[in-house]
Write a protein that binds this ligand. Structure first.
Ligand code: GRF
Length: 193
């Protein structure tokens, strides 16, 4: 059974989708550690879901990324999943887990990705462009933010009356499908792990 570490910054709904998927599809992977970079509602959610290890870090600590790497080294997961994680992963962690870190992004990448493109900024950019569709992408994390190989995408229609909040809420349930599906795709491509 593959071991998975999940990094979060927020409410942890994407993290929950990973834990629920593993319960519904037993024997593929287990979320063994949830780590946040700040105070986050998702920590309590992880405890309620009985995740074995739950750790809160502080992204403002000088040695924050060293602590994160130490935890990941001691956990030694097969994959690391960014599930609504807002800090940038430094090159030393990307190299340590090369090709084994994935992220969920609320747009059809390569559209509306890159530094600063998170949360409502993404949906605002989409609406301003006048596109009649958006969606979400589960992709491999590389040093170029939001540029790694896309594993799974779901497309979602955009209505003329949409606000960024409405579009966010329409896309989120598709993130909850794309993220575990992308993870399983990564784990079951044997050459990756
Ligand atoms: C959503 O804005 C989503 O687009 C982004 O993270 C947020 C969900 O956070 N990827 P969470 O998974 O509930 O913490």
């Amino acid at each position: 059974m593959y071991k998975v570490a999940v990094l979060i910054s927020g409410s942890g709904s994407n993290m929950e989708s990973l834990v629920r998927y593993s319960a519904e599809h037993p024997g593929i992977y287990k979320v063994t550690h949830v780590i946040s970079d700040r105070e986050a509602g998702g920590l309590k959610r992880a405890e309620n879901l009985r995740v074995k290890n739950v750790t809160q870090l502080n992204r403002k600590d000088n040695n924050f990324n060293e602590k994160l790497l130490d935890i990941l080294n001691s956990e030694n997961p097969d994959a690391v999943v960014l599930a609504g994680y807002l800090s940038v992963i430094p090159p030393e962690i990307i190299k340590r887990f090369e090709g084994r870190i994935i992220n969920i992004h609320p747009s059809l990448l390569p559209l509306y990705g890159g530094m600063g493109m998170h949360g409502l900024n993404v949906h605002r950019a989409c609406l301003e462009s006048g596109n009649d569709e958006s969606g979400c992408s589960c992709h491999i994390v590389t040093e170029d933010v939001d540029k790694g190989e896309v594993l799974v995408q779901y497309r979602v229609g955009v209505e003329p009356s949409d606000t960024p909040e409405i579009l966010r809420d329409r896309i989120l349930p598709f993130e909850h499908r794309a993220l575990p599906e992308g993870l399983v795709k990564l784990l079951t491509k044997k050459e990756n792990i």
